[in-house]
Design a protein around this ligand. Structure first.
Ligand code: ZN
Length: 447
């Protein structure tokens, strides 16, 4: 008698489906060898055997076989078909019936199941290991919530919101790992669960996706994204520090002193100096209009019409709006040449910023103190002219993506007055016709 065809542990009771080798069955001798009634009983036995343990076996018990084959307790009826229904089954040494084909399918299914179980066990193991690496030795307990851990981290070091804002600005509000500009989150480089602090030294902006896939990675991506970031950061913070941490230095916030509240003392020279250094909003909302007013009407507008370079400059730590005003004014006052390109401006703006930071502005018109009146007060006529020029560029088909949609005729966000748009449209039409006439004239001369 042969050994059981299926190992005893093969249990497929959670397998609802049994594979049926259709091409094999169709050419099988069983089809011609047994009656329809026997065949029906045979099929029911195959199905029953699939959920026996071991799978693919049947007990050698007429009462049970009768039930499996659909005859219930009427064992006598079962016994009439038993021989045909058990066609192909072999009795093995454990006293059970085995069908070689079903046994084969059962073992295949069992192997797949074990493989899957091993894989998912390995997955669970890996996930556990990763969690341990991230959260430390201990599993996080309900008692030790995130906020408690954060409180511990803060004891090791704190950061101010301003520090975080400056850091964000340094990295353009983008993820330092992949540069995505999704809504970035604070990432603790050394996780707070592993003793990392909440100080700015341990924080980097990451996009939610980089943050969630970080795992045990403790890489400080900041220096990769911006090698001298620390230097720029410190410089920027030192500009803000006196107003931000008055208690440390025994000073009142400069702004409050200037408003006459606080100690009631009149602000001294030093306080005024600090107040003057307080940075304004880096990139103004009305940057387009502001930029256009930096340059008199007879200068090529294109230098300030595309505000992208100004925007970039204002995002650099240490360069403020007054620096841009001062630099451009100084250039225009000093230079006889027309401002033809942005580089001329940029050099002077940087100089103005350096001098302001060093506290040693040279006596030069516009560098510090008095700005030319044209620059300080927005001139409505100049604004209209700027809008007109931009509208013309639109109708000429020379629109630049760097320009604000608020100034683009036909755009839903456009705020340029209708009369200016109409004027620009007519002007460009005239321009085209003139060009056409000129071209025709030329053609006439040529021929
Ligand atoms: Zn990222």
């Amino acid at each position: 008698m042969s050994e059981p065809l299926v190992p005893p542990q093969v249990d497929l009771r959670d397998f609802a489906f049994m594979p049926l080798d259709v091409s094999r069955l169709r050419v099988s001798a069983i089809v011609d060898s047994i009656s329809g009634e026997e065949f029906r009983a045979a099929i029911l036995l195959w199905c029953a055997s699939w959920h026996q343990v071991p799978a693919g076996s049947l007990p050698d018990d007429p009462r049970q076989l009768s039930k499996f084959a659909g005859y219930g307790r009427v064992v006598a009826e079962w016994e009439k078909v038993a021989e045909g229904a058990l066609y192909g089954w072999v009795k093995c040494s454990d006293g059970r019936w085995y069908h070689p084909v079903i046994a084969e399918k059962a073992i295949e299914a069992w192997e797949k199941k074990s493989e899957y179980t091993e894989r998912s066990a390995a997955r669970t193991e890996r996930a556990k290991a990763a969690a341990e690496a991230k959260w430390g030795e201990r599993e996080p307990t309900a008692a030790q919530t995130r906020s408690q851990r954060l409180a511990e981290a803060r004891e090791r070091g704190k950061h101010t919101n301003e520090e975080w804002q400056v850091l964000l600005a340094l990295f353009d509000n983008a993820c330092v790992r992949c540069s995505a500009s999704d809504k970035v989150v604070k990432d603790h480089i050394t996780p707070i669960y592993q003793g990392g602090s909440d100080a700015i030294e341990n924080l980097q902006p990451l996009c939610p996706s980089c943050n969630s896939s970080k795992g045990p990675d403790r890489t400080d991506h900041r220096s990769k994204a911006f090698p001298n970031w620390r230097e720029s950061f410190d410089k920027e913070m030192s500009l803000r520090a006196p107003a931000e941490t008055p208690a440390k230095r025994g000073e009142m916030p400069a702004a409050r002193l200037l408003k006459g509240t606080g100690t009631g003392n009149r602000p001294d020279k030093e306080t005024l100096r600090i107040a003057a250094r307080e940075p304004r909003d880096r990139v103004p909302d009305d940057i387009e209009i502001w930029a256009r007013n930096l340059v008199p009407g007879d200068q090529p507008v294109s230098v300030v019409a595309d505000v992208t370079p100004i925007r970039a400059l204002l995002r650099e730590p240490g360069i403020t709006q007054p620096d841009v005003e001062a630099g451009i004014a100084a250039f225009l006052a000093k230079s006889r040449k027309r401002a033809m390109n942005w580089d001329d401006f940029e050099r002077w703006i940087r100089t103005a910023a350096k001098e302001r930071i060093a506290g040693t502005p040279r006596a030069r018109p516009g560098a510090r103190g008095e700005l030319p009146a044209a620059i300080r007060a927005p001139d409505p006529e100049k604004i209209r002219r700027g809008l007109f020029i931009l509208a013309c560029e639109h109708f000429r088909g020379r629109w630049s993506d760097g320009w604000s949609n608020m100034t683009r005729p036909g755009h839903p966000d456009c705020t340029t007055p209708e009369d200016i748009i109409e004027e620009a449209r007519l002007a460009v039409e005239l321009e085209r016709n003139t060009d056409l006439q000129r071209a025709e004239r030329q053609y006439a001369y040529a021929s």
